[in-house]
Write a protein that binds this ligand. Structure first.
Ligand code: CTP
Length: 400
């Protein structure tokens, strides 16, 4: 898949560097050529010998090779590559990339590279959340550097949270999607998709929910992968299978879904909100199973947060939000109201009929944009609808 692609792998100092020989091995197994460049501090965590053996080329760290007398020319290295990834990218390297400092071979090569560049940050959770780190990540993203977001889990410090370097398999997937997909507006974009129902607990065994299967959102995730996007899927309870290539976060309630989205959306370019979120939850969830007694049982409900609106009104200027609307009457008017009130770039109107909507394999939708474009699909498979939706949004330049 990556046959004959030339990948520059930059490794900065950090414990996650111990995973990089595996990353090199995966790239090589997929057919890529890999040139490794380490910062001096990376060598405290991984050796040049190991990296040279697995990459089948001398791994570099110095501008000048003392043994052979060769000058490791950063401009040539930058021109040689089809893609560059810095993994792990620690805070020090990140801040030097922003300021343009070039006190090592990796940084000079980054500044000379003409190919697309990815970074896979790795640091402790509080460092990762620090405003200066987040600001640097945003600056690099605005300059076109692609982020392979850190993952959540146990950290070297003993703490638990977001900051682990993306697993080598997930980094490989990013490159596979990049090189496989033909050019289009979704390629390389970080996209968050919400899908499925939410369940709102009544007690430990009961819940209120809805009939959404999650299929539409999962088909959108699949279509995005085909187009070379990086997909973060926030999925409510469903038994449907999810493609391996997506970064999956499973949630149950609307509040869980909101927290997951608040975590993930800041690092995304586009959000597609296909989930059927319960508008209400049980005001006070019973901690024990409620026993049957009275003939009537009145449950008090509290309104759930509107996830789409919360994120859309607070988004950064480059971020796009696409919503869905599910209506049974006065459909177009309600959909257009949602487009405006939730400050969306586009909305997809779903109607629930005998052969469409929840738990159906097929659908027929109307797409409206904030610029008054619209498109009506036939009754088609949800997979075809997903592809049409992505193509229309791209054609209408909603992603720009
Ligand atoms: N949505 C959301 N959070 C909610 C409710 C809805 O993110 N609490 C999103 C849905 O994912 C969808 C859009 O908002 O993209 C519209 O959802 P819909 O259920 O059609 O409308 P509501 O805003 O819930 O309004 P109503 O139920 O009154 O039609």
């Amino acid at each position: 898949m990556l046959k004959n692609k030339r990948i520059l792998l930059g490794i900065s100092g950090g414990i996650a560097a111990y995973k990089t020989p595996e990353l090199v091995r995966l790239f090589k197994k997929s057919g890529a050529e890999v040139q490794v460049i380490c910062t001096p501090s990376a060598l405290q965590f991984v050796t040049l010998k190991t990296l040279s053996v697995v990459s089948e080329r001398p791994a570099l760290v110095d501008f000048f090779d003392e043994e052979t007398g060769m000058w490791n020319h950063h401009v040539n290295l930058g021109l040689w590559a089809d893609a560059m990834v810095i993994a792990p990218c620690g805070s020090n390297t990140l801040s030097k990339m922003v300021s343009g400092q070039c006190d090592n071979l990796l940084l000079t090569t980054y500044l000379s590279a003409r190919c697309p560049v990815w970074i896979a940050p790795a640091m402790d959770l509080d460092m990762y959340l620090h405003p200066s780190v987040q600001e640097h990540l945003n600056t690099l993203k605005e300059r076109g550097v692609h982020l392979i977001d850190a993952e959540t889990g146990p950290l070297a410090s003993g703490l638990e949270g977001k900051g682990r370097m993306a697993e080598p398999e997930n980094i490989l997937e990013v490159f596979k999607s990049h090189f496989e997909a033909p050019d289009n507006g979704w390629k390389g974009k970080q996209v968050m998709v919400t899908a499925g129902p939410t369940y709102e607990a009544i007690d430990p065994v009961r819940f209120i929910g809805n009939r959404s299967s999650g299929l539409m959102g999962i088909e959108i995730a699949k279509a995005l992968i085909t187009k070379g996007a990086h997909v973060n899927l926030i999925l409510g309870p469903t038994h449907l299978e999810v493609p391996e290539e997506v970064q999956l976060t499973r949630v149950e309630s609307a509040q869980d879904m909101l927290s997951a989205c608040e975590n993930i959306f800041p690092n995304c370019d586009v959000g597609i909100f296909a989930a059927a979120v319960s508008d209400y939850r049980i005001k006070e969830v019973y901690t024990e199973k409620v026993k049957k007694s009275a003939d009537n049982w009145n449950l008090e409900l509290a309104k759930n947060p509107d996830i789409l609106k919360t994120l859309s009104v607070n988004r950064k200027s480059h971020q796009k939000c696409i919503g869905f609307a599910l209506e049974t009457q006065n459909a177009e008017n309600y959909a257009l109201q949602k487009l405006q009130q939730k400050q969306l770039d586009a909305i997809v109107l779903n109607t629930v009929g005998e052969n469409t909507g929840f738990q159906s394999e097929q659908n027929s939708v109307k797409i409206f944009t904030k610029n008054n474009q619209q498109f009506v699909t036939d009754l088609q498979s949800k997979s075809d609808i997903a592809t049409i939706l992505l193509e229309k949004l791209d054609d209408w330049q909603i992603l720009d």
